[in-house]
Design a protein around this ligand. Structure first.
Ligand code: DAK
Length: 260
């Protein structure tokens, strides 16, 4: 499907999605959100794509938030639909069944920070600036910022970012666990690809169940999470990949996983 506001590429085992509106610092308008939903669905349905890398065009911005121009004439019902579309996209990213790495190449503000937080792993370039500036527009975060940020960095630090609306730099983001690692911009793509390739060597089903165990587990009690882990542990034991992984270890060879 031809896209206007995003670039989509596959170099197996990696799928690349790049938000491509550099003139507005990759701000997310409705069309871009719809295109992202379609592109992530395409990645989810392609078994050869093992990991997706999401980034923004240019060297200045990952995503500078929702496109503020579209807020001007938004009715309450329009805002509701807007929220549902955004939630669909972020849930899709978080529950894709394969890891999504956010390559944060500059500003990740508002909806940009929220999209990055729905990703599995975040790697930032040294010039990244991250924040939830919604209160300065009279809004509150609407794509999960009030929920995912405290889960990632703790309540106090989340409150500080959400209530002041101030941006933090890449080093601070790494310090508080908002991003996994900070690298020079020139090596951002390579660093993300290194992680993607390490993941792609592992058993696909096991990766899918790990994502499900962590994501669903974090939303419930420890007991429920442990029960889910036990269920998934049992399920994965029915796979051909477990037999292959164990045999390969004992035979001192590399495993050939099939995702079955
Ligand atoms: N929307 C639209 N245009 C934007 C934009 C944005 N978020 N961010 C930047 N731009 C545009 C600028 O207007 C400018 O366009 P021209 O004037 O050249 O036409 C161009 O990008 C370059 O920006 P600047 O000239 O401002 O560049 P600077 O380097 O000086 O500043 C900046 C960079 C990122 C600090 C600044 O642009 C900035 O503060 N941008 C706004 C950041 C922001 O507030 N983002 C959060 C938006 S609120 C909802 C769910 C979610 C959301 C809302 C509702 N519902 C459930 C209903 C999400 C809300 C948000 O994300």
């Amino acid at each position: 499907m031809p896209y206007e506001n995003i670039l989509v590429e596959k170099k197996m085992p990696i799928g690349y999605i790049t938000i491509n509106r550099p003139k507005v610092l990759n701000a997310l308008n409705v069309k871009t959100v719809l295109e992202l939903v379609a592109a992530f669905e395409e990645m989810a349905n392609d078994d050869d794509v093992r990991v997706v890398i999401l980034t923004g065009s240019g060297e200045k911005s990952f995503v500078a938030g929702a496109d503020i121009k579209e807020f001007q004439n938004l009715s309450p019902d329009g805002a509701r639909q807007y929220a549902m579309r955004g939630q669909k996209l972020l849930n899709l990213i978080e529950r894709l069944g394969k890891p999504v790495i956010a390559a944060i190449n500059g500003y990740a503000l508002g909806g940009g920070c929220e999209i990055a937080m729905a990703c599995t792993i975040r790697i930032a370039s040294e010039n990244a600036r991250i924040g939830q500036p919604e209160v300065g527009l009279g809004l509150i975060p609407g794509y999960g910022g009030t929920q995912r940020l405290p889960r990632l960095v703790g309540k106090g630090r989340a409150y500080e970012m959400i209530l002041t609306g101030q941006h933090i730099d890449a080093a601070r983001a790494e310090q508080i666990g908002l991003v996994n690692k900070v690298v020079p911009q020139a090596s951002l793509k390579e660093e993300c690809e290194k992680i993607a390739k390490a993941i792609a060597k592992q058993a696909p089903l096991a990766i899918r169940y790990c994502l499900e165990a962590v994501d669903r587990g974090l939303n419930g009690s420890l007991d429920d999470g442990l029960a889910l882990e036990a269920d998934l542990f049992g399920l994965v034991f029915g796979s051909e990949d477990v037999k292959e992984g164990v045999s390969a270890f004992l035979e001192k060879r590399k495993p050939g996983f099939k995702g079955k």
